[in-house]
Ligand binder design. Structure first.
Ligand code: ATP
Length: 137
């Protein structure tokens, strides 16, 4: 598929990086199909990250992701899922390549600035979690 889903996480929004991050995403050739600023409740953050329910960091992740506003977006580009994960860099910003969004803007492994879908199927599921058909252009 040529679409992926992203969130600018609460740390990056609170630190004032939302504009810089969206600029980096569009400059890399991703088109904004859908975009909104919103806030996850603890219940909706828990549902979004349900695959991580058994992981030791799940509680911390849910608390963090519901701690403040986020930006959610559906992005379009050839090879979107893989190219977006390259653009954001490794999950742990200490291990992320120079110039990646996480290297530039993330605070830590838990507060790592952005989410990017890890498969075409999850990109579709995650986009559907946030956006109706009428919100996609
Ligand atoms: P994302 O799904 O946010 O793009 P990812 O696919 O790079 O991240 P996952 O292993 O799926 O990484 O973990 C999901 C998220 O959980 C990570 O982005 C990170 O914010 C958080 N996380 C992962 N490992 C830890 C950890 N050990 N401690 C705290 N938070 C963690």
């Amino acid at each position: 598929s040529n679409r992926t889903f992203t969130m600018v996480k609460p740390d990056a929004v609170a630190n004032g990086y939302e504009g810089a991050i969206l600029e980096k995403i569009t400059a890399a050739g991703f088109r904004l199909v859908a975009l909104k600023k919103t806030r996850l409740s603890p219940e909706s953050a828990g549902a979004f990250y349900a695959v991580h329910r058994e992981r030791p960091f799940y509680g911390e992740l849910v608390e963090f992701m519901s701690s403040g506003p986020i930006i959610a977006a559906i992005l379009e580009k050839d090879n979107a899922v893989a190219d977006f994960r390259t653009l954001i860099g490794a999950t742990d910003p200490a291990k992320a390549d120079e110039g990646t969004i996480r290297k530039l803007y993330a605070e830590s492994l838990g507060r790592n600035a952005v989410h990017g879908s890890d498969s075409d199927e999850n990109a579709r599921i995650e986009g559907d979690f946030f956006f109706s058909g009428l919100e996609r252009f």
